[in-house]
Ligand binder design. Structure first.
Ligand SMILES: *[C@@H]1O[C@H](CO)[C@@H](O)[C@H](O)[C@H]1NC(C)=O
Length: 764
């Protein structure tokens, strides 16, 4: 052991510079629309940062962020044309003003020895890292349009700032396809401390994991539409989490040690209402903490179901009060395990609508469980591999320039990496005109979200779909694949493109994984589906066939099994990211994610699927599915056109047939399902938000006063059993949930802060 450690150390000295492979490999990413000489990768030390614990590195880090002249910061709406990966080697970087990463920036520290960002005593700014600055009274970017950014492997230190002086570690109001991973926040523990580790006031997230908060008044102050957060540790915080507002939230594996309050979801809203929609807390521990969870839900608070909560598998050690309500203790604590407890509206056969008290959680299938609750695996960063273990797509001949056909070069890069190596997909836009076959054993990691784009006639037939990425070239192939940090999409019309076809069978004990692998159809430079080609046409049901971008975003075929998906956003664009006004566009994609694995064993953790035509999520003939926070949106153009055209109904794919199923259903029935489950069983859904905001680009249908009339139905369970849903949220749909063609619950019986909420549903 010692000897090989020594050899590794000598080897890394020999190649010179960094401990982590990302610092050592050659950097060849190209951003074809950013101008010549534009650098995607920036090492802060190349811009003069010292990381020596004494030099003020603020200006050097800003220079690394802003290099290139045309980066998207103040006054810029959003962009995909000027990406940056900003790398921080180990060291202590002293900063005196906020670091403001422009749009489409990744901040990556060395995970083998995390860099420290340390504030000076007189630090000025809202966050050592300010992910969305207030240059004016408004956030710089509309927080619901902040996509494609991440930050990982850092220590954020505010201990040099006086405890009673306001200080924030990271300010992060962002949305889909963003993440904070593997970050420690160090704050003063003095009684007078007012420091806050993480502050999020808005957005439509999202995902975060592996964060530790030490000290401070509040570990994390969180307001956002919905989130999955995993593996958060709070030590010596006055309050671990203050939930400012939300529509829904799922917390997995939190640990609170020596805090005053663990999680506070009791925040008031305007006019005597509650601000927090609901929260699910699972597989978590609270130790030496006065109050584990503070709630405000009662049968007389408003809105009706606001403040709903589920606790499942919660271990308490010396916690006097488990749940504290507005007028005292609702559940005494001690040292014990809470199997299940909840408040809100339940739809469970034989039970009262009002839930307040203990619940009996569903038995979890062994195939879905890991060492601590449901199986999970944080994003691989390949910390132990040397640079020589990586095969570069560019070195293998791929151009990534958005115009060259890279099909053959990428396939040979995939093949070259398939012997214990990892394919490094250098930043670029890779145009592909055929199927890329990804065999068992493949590992791919992208640099700053490169995109592989389906292009040309191979993907042109709406009646003959072809896969862009085919994982497991043959149905029934077995083994494991790991895909991380890249995007699949289209360049030009691709009505026959299935962006990902997953055929691979993986053992549930050793599943395959996808982390931050996203789909993006239209809405970016290189897609040829922007404002110029596909601007919205309100009032018209005409279908511009040049704006059909995909047949299906992801298809998991019958013999596939065993896949862990984390922070995956399958997006058919509703607006043009490059447009200065984020103008809306009409782009069509037939189907979102379809899983028809007969073996099952899938984990969907912090995934979202938006604006797909027939459905966003559909499952058929499958079982054993764990979900943490489904999130969908119905296409904004519907019902002009509605879902009956232009995609022909394919019976072998179990497509919904609205022409027949809508008979007798009032309202806008032929619209995309948020979720449809057919002939399936054993679903464990922890949080869901199915949203229909628009009626032909007009939002007036998605309000309580308008009667949530955007569409008739949004979730359908058909011939299925053991479907368990905690925290079902819907917006804009008359029926919240249908079973075998009949509505189970109406929005108006379950009004929440903006959505309607059912905190617990069991299909039986
Ligand atoms: C229902 O699913 C099971 C298990 O996957 C399958 O064997 C059966 O054929 C399916 N039934 C129908 C009607 O599709």
């Amino acid at each position: 052991m010692r000897f090989s450690t020594f050899i590794t150390a000598v080897a890394s000295l020999a190649v010179g510079i960094n401990a982590y492979w990302l610092g050592d490999i050659s950097h060849q990413g190209v951003a074809p629309f950013a101008g010549s000489g534009y650098k995607v990768f920036r090492n802060v030390k190349d811009y003069g940062a010292k990381g020596d614990g004494s030099t003020d590195d603020t200006a050097a880090i800003a220079a690394a962020m802003n290099d290139g002249g045309n980066r998207c910061l103040q006054g810029c709406a959003s962009t995909t044309t000027t990406p940056a990966v900003v790398y921080f080697p180990a060291g202590t970087y002293i900063i005196s003003k906020s670091i403001m990463p422009p749009y489409f920036t990744q901040l990556i520290g060395d995970p083998t020895n995390r860099p420290v960002l340390k504030a000076t005593a007189n630090f000025a700014g809202f966050g050592l890292v300010d992910g969305n600055p207030y240059f004016t009274e408004n956030l710089n970017w509309l927080s619901v349009n902040v996509f494609y950014r991440q930050m990982r492997n850092f220590v954020i230190d505010t201990t040099a700032i006086a405890p009673a002086t306001a200080a924030t570690g990271i300010h992060w109001p962002t949305s889909q396809a963003t993440s904070l991973i593997n970050i420690e926040f160090n704050m003063p523990t003095d009684a007078s401390t007012v420091h806050v580790g993480l502050f999020v006031e808005s957005g439509s997230g999202g995902f975060m994991s592996d964060l530790t908060f030490n000290g401070g008044a509040t570990g994390a102050s969180l307001g956002n539409q919905q989130y999955t957060m995993r593996n958060l540790v709070f030590n010596n915080c006055k309050t671990g989490i203050i939930q400012l507002w939300n529509w829904g939230w799922t917390y997995i594996n939190l640990q609170f040690n020596n805090c005053g309050t663990g999680i506070d979801i009791s925040a008031p809203g305007a006019d005597n209402t509650l601000a927090v929609g609901s929260a699910i807390v699972m597989d978590s521990t609270f130790s030496n903490t006065q109050v584990a969870v503070k709630t405000a839900y009662t049968t007389s608070t408003t809105p009706d179901t606001a403040g709903s909560v589920i606790l499942e598998n919660i271990k308490l050690t010396n916690v006097p009060t488990a749940v504290q309500g507005g007028s005292g203790s609702l559940l005494a604590g001690g040292s014990m395990t809470i199997a299940g407890w909840g408040q809100g509206h339940q739809y469970v056969s034989g039970a009262n609508r009002e839930l307040s008290g203990s619940i009996t959680p569903n038995a979890r299938p062994a195939s879905l469980t890991g060492s601590n609750g449901f199986y999970s695996r944080s994003k691989p960063q390949y910390n132990t591999l040397p640079a020589s273990s990586f095969v570069s797509a560019r070195s293998s001949g791929a151009k990534g320039d958005g115009t060259t056909d890279d099909t053959a070069a990428l396939q040979s890069a995939i093949n070259a990496a398939n012997n214990g190596k990892v394919l490094f997909l250098d930043y670029g836009l890779y145009k592909v005109t055929g199927t890329l076959k990804i065999p068992a054993g493949t590992k791919i990691i992208g640099e700053g979200y490169p995109i592989i784009m389906a292009s040309g006639s191979f993907f042109g037939d709406i009646n003959n779909p072809q896969p862009l990425l085919q994982v497991g070239a043959n149905s029934g192939d077995a083994g494991q694949v790991e895909l991380t940090d890249f995007v699949v999409g289209n360049s030009g019309p691709a009505p026959g493109a299935k962006l990902i076809e997953w055929n691979l069978a993986s053992d549930a004990a050793n599943p395959s994984g996808m982390w931050e692998v996203h789909a993006r159809v239209g809405g970016f430079q290189g897609s040829n589906m922007q404002v110029a080609q596909c601007v919205k046409q309100p009032g018209s049901a005409a279908i511009n066939t040049n704006c059909i971008g995909a047949y299906m975003l992801m298809h998991v075929t019958p013999k596939a099994s065993g896949l862990y998906m984390e922070n995956t956003w399958l997006w058919t664009a509703d607006h043009d990211i490059e447009d200065s006004a984020n103008t809306q566009i009409t782009v069509f994609s037939g189907r979102g994610l379809y899983i028809e694995s007969t073996v099952g064993n899938f984990w969907l953790v912090g995934t979202a699927c938006e604006h797909n035509h027939l459905y966003n999520y559909q499952f058929a003939n499958t079982k054993n599915i764990f979900v943490s926070m489904f999130q969908t949106e119905t296409p904004y153009y519907m019902p002009l056109p509605d879902a009956t055209q232009p995609f022909p109904v394919v019976a072998s794919l179990n497509d919904p047939n609205f022409a027949t199923s809508c008979s007798g259903v009032a309202g806008n029935c032929a619209e995309s399902w948020g979720l449809r489950i057919i002939n399936s069983s054993n679903f464990y859904i922890y949080g869901a938000g199915f949203y229909s905001f628009f009626n032909n680009y007009d939002t007036s249908c998605s309000t309580v006063t308008a009667g949530e009339t955007c569409q008739s139905r949004i979730v359908s369970l058909e011939k299925s059993s053991s479907i368990n849903i905690y925290g079902l949220n819907t917006i804009g749909s008359l029926s919240m949930l249908d079973r075998d063609g009949a509505s189970v619950a109406s929005w108006k019986d379950n009004v929440n802060v903006y959505p309607s909420n059912i905190i617990m549903y069991k299909s039986g």
